[in-house]
Design a protein around this ligand. Sequence first.
Ligand SMILES: *[C@@H]1O[C@H](CO)[C@@H](O)[C@H](O)[C@H]1NC(C)=O
Ligand SMILES: *[C@@H]1O[C@H](CO)[C@@H](O)[C@H](O)[C@H]1NC(C)=O
Ligand SMILES: *[C@@H]1O[C@H](CO)[C@@H](O)[C@H](O)[C@H]1NC(C)=O
Ligand SMILES: *[C@@H]1O[C@H](CO)[C@@H](O)[C@H](O)[C@H]1NC(C)=O
Ligand SMILES: *[C@@H]1O[C@H](CO)[C@@H](O)[C@H](O)[C@H]1NC(C)=O
Ligand SMILES: *[C@@H]1O[C@H](CO)[C@@H](O)[C@H](O)[C@H]1NC(C)=O
Length: 392
Amino acid sequence: MTYPTKISWQFLLFASMVSSSFSAPLNPSSSTGSLVTTAGDCYDYNIPVTTKINAVNWLLPELSDNFAVAGFFADLIARDSSTAFHPVSAPQNTTSFANFSISATFCSPKINSGHDKTVLLASHGLGFDSRYWTSQANPSAYNFVDFALSRGYSTFVYDRIGTGKSTKVSGYGESQFSYQLAVLASLTSSLRQGNYTGTIGEPSKIVHVGHSYGSILSHALVAEDPTISDGVLLTGIAYNASTTDFAAFVEASRLNIANTVEPQKYPGLDSGYLEPADVLGLAAAFFHEGNYDKEILWYADEIAQPLSVIEFVTGSPLMLTKPIAYTGPASLPANLLCDCNGILQHPAQEIFANASAFEAAVHPGSGHGINFNYNATGAYGAMLDFAKKNGL
Ligand SMILES: *[C@@H]1O[C@H](CO)[C@@H](O)[C@H](O)[C@H]1NC(C)=O
Ligand SMILES: *[C@@H]1O[C@H](CO)[C@@H](O)[C@H](O)[C@H]1NC(C)=O
Ligand SMILES: *[C@@H]1O[C@H](CO)[C@@H](O)[C@H](O)[C@H]1NC(C)=O
Ligand SMILES: *[C@@H]1O[C@H](CO)[C@@H](O)[C@H](O)[C@H]1NC(C)=O
Ligand SMILES: *[C@@H]1O[C@H](CO)[C@@H](O)[C@H](O)[C@H]1NC(C)=O
Ligand SMILES: *[C@@H]1O[C@H](CO)[C@@H](O)[C@H](O)[C@H]1NC(C)=O
């Protein structure tokens, strides 16, 4: 087995930090300087969020080792899984409360072109944190936030619970879908009130942007409350049962207990947090050979975050196939670990039948990690062209 060689993304990262600090110092209010960007003024926040949900319970023993993980996924993708395998209970009728601290960064464009009060609220997918949107390796090619700022939009990115600098929670409990959804809903209403929006005050529009699990969350959000969003830009999501190739995706990523793969890297995470056994698992899940730079694969490996087993089993696009009342514009420049040509459009179009505008496109050549393919800026351009065309 030949591994790709790790060359110099650190050098690229270093170079990009040096050059931006020469050309435009970070805004002083950006306390931790988590985001290096020349196109905007950025503010870091730790946001307290209180949630109440009807939680599901984890029904299986906690994963004891990687043999148990292999067994778990074999059961999950088995033909009779939907009837025979029950890792979680139905939602309980008692309300569960929890408080989280959410690490987030808001940026507004340095040059106002009239869109600065439109905030793109981006939710990352499984396996990453907010840095999925803010690559510091070759940012002109891979950094969504930079791109959006240069188009004059404001951005809000956050680490979903259990990832990055947000609250560490159990991989068998609070990382489940409903808590994640409650957090997104809470962040959205805070932004609406003009909280955590730097100097722009109340946004005129909030557009929900997602990748993969973040798209599932954004979709569930507008399905529950059609008025909560002014637009959705969803990537890495497909609703057609025959597109998802779920079993291949699961097996190819070769998930192991994160603390056995990188024992020191994730203090505070229990055995419910999994990550690819090596960089080839990451490549298989998110990258398409021939369409990416090995450097960016290594960078993605560096910033990757474990995913939790309960978030994994509680959120799926296949639970979202009912038409929704949402009437704002929707865009799905989607791509999955499959050839989605011909099957992306349906049933997506029927689900968003009442959307004021709808577009579904296969982003050519890309793997599931759209922000890391050679033509990531092509995807950003398509998303933001759509936004602009629809008055966002
Ligand atoms: C919740 O309440 C409903 C209606 O009373 C009942 O049918 C259901 O079984 C309950 N669910 C659980 C998980 O107890
Ligand atoms: C959440 O925070 C509120 C306000 O500080 C507090 O009253 C409540 O007990 C906390 N809930 C939990 C579950 O920690
Ligand atoms: C959000 O904004 C409202 C209105 O300005 C304010 O009353 C409230 O304290 C803010 N909440 C937080 C958590 O900052
Ligand atoms: C879509 O709009 C039509 C016409 O207004 C309405 O009858 C229908 O209920 C809407 N669909 C959903 C899922 O809300
Ligand atoms: C899934 O895609 C296939 C191939 O285009 C299509 O025939 C089928 O109707 C789609 N399924 C749904 C539910 O739209
Ligand atoms: C780049 O992406 C855009 C949007 O998906 C697409 O239209 C364009 O053809 C792509 N360019 C290449 C060279 O693949």
